[in-house]
Design a protein. Structure first.
Length: 327
């Protein structure tokens, strides 16, 4: 059968800030349900809430969320749907974390966040010259696409954002500030951070870039480029279809066709961004890993074995539940 006639893989990105206690038990329950529904992806669970991206059959994804919403703690969970022609994940993982998105500073993202602005109102907000528009994502994400006129903090990780804000936004407490990120979750924390520091007029793009692209006519769009996503698609275009970027499997940064033509690029080993940062020994290790991945692909297997990984995840979750990890 022609693969183009196959129904697309459904993808759901979701999060919810809510105080959780029984983390080990919840981890085990979520993993069992995902595996039973044959859904792949990664879900993070922490005391501050839940965050994940999963993929598979749309009916199975709907069934997963129907069950999740039976727990009143997850009422109002933010879900963004998209699709891909191929499965963007190799495995199914549910991980316990200190934070579902790592800022490194304790903020009240459940109760105190910026004013949510929908895609229909976003253009008017960021077109206002008095508004300071800030891209809260990492520099490598901003590099492949952002809103026109947005400020790039040039951070390597979200952990760097509080220090950047302290150094660069002091004195702007009365100025309107509009912030955005991929799916909305980082803005829940970045806006809560600014509000805790006395900023009065803080706004965030509701549902993030992905929601804006889904709801906005390209002719009216203020978005330039593609949007980096944390799955096998690497990036998506304005139609939320897989974009033109690949990924360096050594440093995880997006690479374009021009980047792959650079002599420093070797598939799975290095690219122009990381070539100088790794040793000869490390590159040799990456090359061996790449060779093993290709051999596994030729045999029609996932590298390291999905069933082995799933079994290990089950055992880890069961152990966490028995010992009350995170509770």
């Amino acid at each position: 059968m022609n693969s183009s006639l196959q129904p697309p893989i459904a993808i759901a990105a979701f999060y919810r800030f809510v105080r959780l206690a029984d983390l080990g038990v919840l981890q085990s329950q979520l993993l069992d349900h995902l595996l039973a529904l044959e859904l792949k992806g990664t879900v993070l669970v922490a005391q501050e809430g839940i965050n994940g991206t999963i993929a598979g059959d749309r009916a199975s994804i709907d069934e997963f969320f129907a069950a999740l919403l039976e727990d009143p703690r997850f009422a109002g969970v933010e879900v963004k749907h998209s699709h891909a022609a191929e499965m963007p994940f190799l495995r199914t993982k549910v991980k316990l974390k200190k934070e579902i998105v790592t800022l490194g500073i304790d903020v009240d993202a459940e109760h105190t966040t910026g004013t949510h602005v929908g895609p229909a109102e976003w253009n008017a907000l960021i077109d206002d010259p008095e508004v300071l528009v800030i891209d809260t994502r990492n520099a490598y994400e901003v590099g492949i696409g952002t809103f026109q006129g947005a400020l790039n903090p040039d951070t390597d990780s979200f952990r760097d954002f509080p220090a950047w804000a302290q150094e660069n936004l002091a004195g702007s407490e009365q100025r309107p500030i509009a912030m955005f990120c991929t799916g909305g979750i980082r803005c829940e924390k970045s806006t809560a951070l600014l509000m805790s520091r006395g900023f009065k007029h803080v706004y965030q793009l509701d549902g993030g870039i992905l929601n804006y692209l889904a709801e906005t006519d390209p002719e009216e769009s203020r978005w330039n480029g593609e949007c980096f996503v944390f799955d096998g698609r690497i990036s998506v275009d304005h139609a939320l279809a897989p974009g033109a970027f690949d990924q360096c499997h050594a440093c995880r940064r997006p690479v374009s066709a021009a980047d792959k033509a650079d002599p420093r690029y070797t598939e799975g080993v290095s690219c122009l961004h990381c070539f100088e940062a790794t040793s000869v020994e490390q590159k040799a290790g990456f090359a061996e890993r790449q060779q093993q991945m290709k051999l596994a692909e030729e045999r029609g297997q996932a590298h390291m074995g999905s069933e082995v990984d799933a079994s290990a995840q089950r055992n880890k979750a069961a152990k966490s539940a028995r010992h009350g990890v995170g509770s």
